[in-house]
Design a protein around this ligand. Structure first.
Ligand code: KIV
Ligand code: NA
Length: 265
């Protein structure tokens, strides 16, 4: 694929090719992630935690999401760029949801939006899709509802919630969503959902029976050594590597080792 589209992702699912997805929030990171060959870049509202240091995803604003997304879009040549609609930008009514989605598409140049929820936001999803804007769903653990859940533990372990999740996934496909993120639910349930629909299910903490995987880039690069959920695989220990590099720099400045003869004019 020269350029990933929503159609490419649906094709990948039918060909049995797994979809790779990572978050990015800025130009430099997005350039690396895109060049390395990722299929989908998510400008997640996890920027609220990772970039801004908030405890939850709730405080980040639509303007801030547009700033992050436009930085990412400027770097990307191949990946599909999906942008999260932040908390408060789509829950009031479907007109607000459409207005917010239009702002994201116009002002950032992103290729699609992602919203948390199923049946509750049906009208909003319809309206956004009617305007020609591709929608990615997000079910299971939906961090914008953290104060309703109370904890970030595994969702849909009980029969009733599992059934609602399957119904919601089928509804999202029927409405016309091109893919669904499923976060932190039992692997066998996520696999069942992936087999029940023909649009791709991209999992985070949802096992290997789904159609693709997503992680937060700072987590998988090991930039953060405090957050260690079971589903996270760390591909680097950048926290250690960066701390060493920075301490070395401090030492070199203090000892007058840096700059040397060649590092000046
Ligand atoms: O905001 C985010 O990073 C996300 C992923 C965890 C799916 O929504
Ligand atoms: Na998100």
């Amino acid at each position: 694929y020269k350029r990933i589209t929503t159609k490419s992702l649906i094709e990948m699912k039918s060909n049995g090719e797994k979809i790779s997805m990572l978050t990015a929030y800025d130009y430099t990171m997005a350039k690396i992630v895109d060049t390395a060959g990722i299929d989908v870049i998510l400008v997640g509202d996890s920027a609220s935690n990772v970039m801004a240091g908030h405890e939850t995803t709730l405080p980040i604003t639509l303007d801030q999401m547009i700033y992050h997304a436009s930085s990412v879009v400027r770097a990307v040549e191949r990946a599909l760029v999906v942008v999260d609609l932040p908390f408060g930008s789509y829950q009031s009514d479907s007109k607000e949801a459409l207005r917010s989605s239009i702002r994201i598409m116009k002002e950032s140049g992103g290729h699609a939006v992602k919203l948390e929820g199923g049946k509750e936001i049906k009208e909003s999803i319809k309206k956004i899709l009617n305007a020609g804007i591709p929608v990615m769903g997000h079910l299971g653990l939906t961090p914008q509802s953290i104060y309703k859940f109370g904890t970030y533990t595994v969702r849909a372990k009980e029969e009733q919630e599992a059934e609602k999740l399957i119904e919601d996934a089928i509804l999202l496909e029927k409405l016309g969503c091109f893919a669904i993120v499923i976060e932190k639910v039992p692997a066998n349930l996520a696999e069942k959902v992936a087999k029940s629909i023909s649009i791709p299910v991209i999992g985070i903490g949802a096992g290997g029976g789904v159609d693709g995987q997503v992680l937060v880039i700072h987590d998988m690069l090991g930039m953060n050594n405090e957050f260690s959920p079971r589903f996270l695989r760390r591909y680097m220990n950048l926290y250690e590597g960066m701390t060493k590099a920075i301490s070395q720099y401090v030492e070199d400045v203090k000892s007058e080792d840096f700059p040397n003869e060649k590092e000046q004019y």
